[in-house]
Design a binder for this molecule. Structure first.
Ligand code: TYD
Length: 135
């Protein structure tokens, strides 16, 4: 799993309301240590805009919609997340931002690491140099 990809999560349809879930080893193959979520994003704001040296993640739009823009060092891709049974897997060393949040959008992120400031690469040129060095 060293490429970004959309992952279909289980969806248990029920007249009482649907249910989805994520289990380590099935839907995601990394050991997640942290869950965080982004919400109440004012219109037009952009979150992210950095890469992680180690952290892998799975991003799910639990509510509403937003775009995840990924750069792998060569190509930029844009993923619209607007279903709570679809996850976007993002390996380490992808430059990523989240944009175009709808009203009431909630972005849940399952992260493979505990929060660690030193894991962030905050400058795109530095990211490209590191990425290409390891390519
Ligand atoms: P940051 O990851 O920079 O947000 P984004 O990528 O969405 O723009 O995090 C914003 C702030 O929140 C920063 O001060 C660090 C803090 N933070 C934590 O303390 N723990 C966490 O798990 C996360 C993701 C952020």
């Amino acid at each position: 799993m060293n490429k970004a990809k959309l992952i279909q999560l289980p969806k248990i349809l029920d007249e009482r309301g649907n249910l989805s879930f994520i289990e380590k080893g099935n839907e995601v193959d990394f050991d997640f240590k942290r869950v965080y979520w982004i919400y109440d994003v004012p219109g037009g704001e952009i979150r992210g805009g950095h890469a992680f040296r180690e952290q892998k993640e799975l991003i799910v739009a639990l509510s509403g919609s937003f775009d995840v823009v990924l750069h792998d060092g060569i190509t930029e891709s844009r993923y619209l997340l607007n279903r709570s049974f679809i996850g976007l897997y993002v390996p380490q060393m992808y430059w990523r931002s989240m944009q175009n949040f709808s009203t009431n959008a909630v972005a849940m992120v399952l992260a493979s690491t505990f929060y660690e400031e030193s894991d962030y690469i905050l400058d795109f040129e530095t990211y490209l140099k590191l990425k290409n060095k390891n390519a």
